[in-house]
Design a protein around this ligand. Structure first.
Ligand code: FAD
Length: 492
């Protein structure tokens, strides 16, 4: 056994340390595959976790096993047997897909995650509510990312969050496949083996996962990907144009000293916005600044100031044409974002240099928040040839968040826990309409949740919704009201 300050001599220990420190999605996956190969481990699920634990019995790994064992010991998981014969497919390795996959793995299900991309590239920073910080610590976040929420920090870049969750998911035996896109469902064709279960239509179609049969599908494909059977509700507000930008953080003393802005909304600080407008012509509704791997800013800008500053070339009635790339002067957008960042930090961030995005371009983007969508229902059941499939939505795919309010990943995690609870009820043999009715009763609460109106005792949070939502009526919606969410017959 090596001492804390020595490089581990055992090659498997060294591989484990490399895995823990890996900073790219593909590096994590290849390192994990190599580690399993080195240890002669195959298979998946909690069995793999237990084998890893037995094989990596050195001080550094042990600290993580203690945390994960504590988590896995919660009564909701029935010692990893609650969903032992359930097979799940999770679409999307964003934070919410991965967080759901972890819960399903802890319940003992077989879990496969599909991700169409091959990298985690989003620098943008997510606000974390106290319960998400507590939750991530309990999964060992600090072990994977030493700077995780140090001091009073309550945010993390999307990329770092995905890396942490990917590592935990792999250790718990989740199978993660990148560069595979989910295109639709393939219903059971008969009763014989290989024909009797639901499968996925994938791209590339040659993917061996096309043969994987599953009884639960969790869609966590983000705001742009929602399975067809789910209807979307549009919530159209007043015109809201969001701008995000990231600058390189060199972690110099001067940078460290600049204060973050955790949400300056116009109504609270009229003077700040008036000064900004008078000095620069930039007119904002709100601005947030977080310091993480990058200096990250998100702001909502008024259309007139974007037109005046030449960011938007021509005024147009519909927002899609207004923000289409050919109506935006990118250089003017970069200047606008940089000027807003400089002013709001009192010109104290030296040498602001744009961080690059995955296209190797300055990381500045403009988004439309005027029309946000949410799914009408959180789950449904499909039945064909006697085989049932439970489908659930989580994350942005369920409810699109308004980023400057910082609700996204917190509500995303709440929905991930709710979805896992639903799968637990499903695996326990609860009648499908009861499962759906309960899921919709819980879903009614999601859009109103805030750190103030969810249960204060965050250490007690679990997938059981009663630990998180006060005054929850699990029967608010009756099974007879969700009959439309039980679809019988072929997929169109
Ligand atoms: P996502 O993080 O969007 O993950 C969905 C994943 O599914 C993606 O990796 C995608 O590649 C994959 N996928 C989609 N379709 C398929 C398919 N058919 N098959 C396989 N895989 C698929 N929130 C903020 O609060 N502040 C921000 O500044 C901010 N910036 C963002 C910038 C971008 C470009 C995007 C897309 C989102 C941003 N968000 C931001 C939203 C935030 O990332 C989400 O709220 C949070 O990550 C939780 O999302 P999720 O896991 O539900 O979905």
């Amino acid at each position: 056994m090596s001492a804390p300050d020595e490089e581990p001599a055992n090659p498997a220990h060294a591989l484990f340390e490399h895995f823990i420190r890996a900073r790219q999605c593909q590096e994590v996956l290849s390192c994990f595959a190599e580690l399993c190969h080195q240890l002669g481990l195959r298979g998946n699920g909690l069995q793999l976790y237990h084998s890893l634990k037995a094989a990596l019995n050195f001080w550094s790994a042990k600290a993580l096993w203690i945390k994960l064992d504590k988590k896995a010991g919660h009564k909701d998981y029935d010692q990893g047997t609650a969903c032992a014969s359930t097979k799940c497919l999770v679409v999307g390795a964003g934070p919410c897909g991965l967080r759901t996959a972890i819960e399903l793995a802890l319940l003992g299900a077989r879990v496969v995650v599909l991700e169409k991309r091959d990298s985690f590239s989003r620098n943008n920073v997510l606000h974390l509510w106290p319960f998400t910080i507590h939750d991530l610590r309990a999964l060992g976040a600090k072990k994977f990312y030493g700077r995780f929420c140090t001091g009073t920090l309550d945010h993390i870049s999307i990329r770092q969050l995905q890396l942490i969750l990917l590592k935990v998911a792999l250790l718990l035996g989740v199978e993660v496949h990148t560069k595979v896109q989910f295109k639709g469902l393939h219903p059971p064709t008969g009763k014989a083996a290989g024909q009797g279960g639901w499968r996925a239509v994938l791209q590339p179609s040659s993917s061996p996962l096309s043969h994987y049969e599953f009884d639960v599908l969790i869609s966590a494909g983000g705001g742009k990907f929602v399975p067809e059977d789910f209807k979307r509700k549009e919530m159209r507000g007043k015109l809201a144009i969001g701008i995000t930008t990231n600058f390189i953080n060199r972690h110099s003393r001067a940078e460290v000293e600049v204060a973050e802005i955790s949400g300056v909304a116009r109504i609270y600080n009229q003077k700040f916005f008036q000064n900004l407008y008078n000095k620069t012509g930039i007119d904002l509704e709100n601005i947030v600044y977080y310091k993480d791997d990058t200096h990250y800013f998100v702001m909502t800008a008024k259309k007139q100031s974007l037109l005046k500053k030449g960011v938007i070339l021509e005024d147009k009635a519909d927002i899609e044409s207004l923000l289409s790339p050919d109506n935006v002067n990118r250089d003017a957008l970069l200047s606008y974002a940089k000027e807003a960042a400089n002013f709001s930090t009192n010109y104290c961030l030296p040498e602001l240099e744009f961080a690059l995005n995955h296209r190797n371009q300055p990381d500045v983007d403009m988004f439309d928040f005027t029309c946000m969508t949410r799914s009408e229902n959180a789950a449904l059941v499909r039945e064909h040839n006697g085989a049932r499939l439970l489908l659930g939505l989580v994350g942005d795919c369920l409810v699109e968040p308004f980023w400057p309010l910082g609700t996204g990943v917190a509500r995303g995690f709440l929905a991930a826990f709710d979805a896992a609870w639903m799968v637990r009820r499903w695996a326990a043999g609860t009648p499908p309409l009861e499962v759906l009715a309960e899921r919709e009763s819980i879903y009614q609460h999601l859009s109103q949740t805030s750190p103030d109106n969810t249960n204060k005792n965050i250490t007690q949070y679990s997938i059981d919704p009663t630990t998180r939502y006060p005054n929850l009526n699990l029967q608010a919606i009756r099974p007879s009201q969700v009959r439309d969410f039980y679809l019988v017959g072929k997929v169109e």
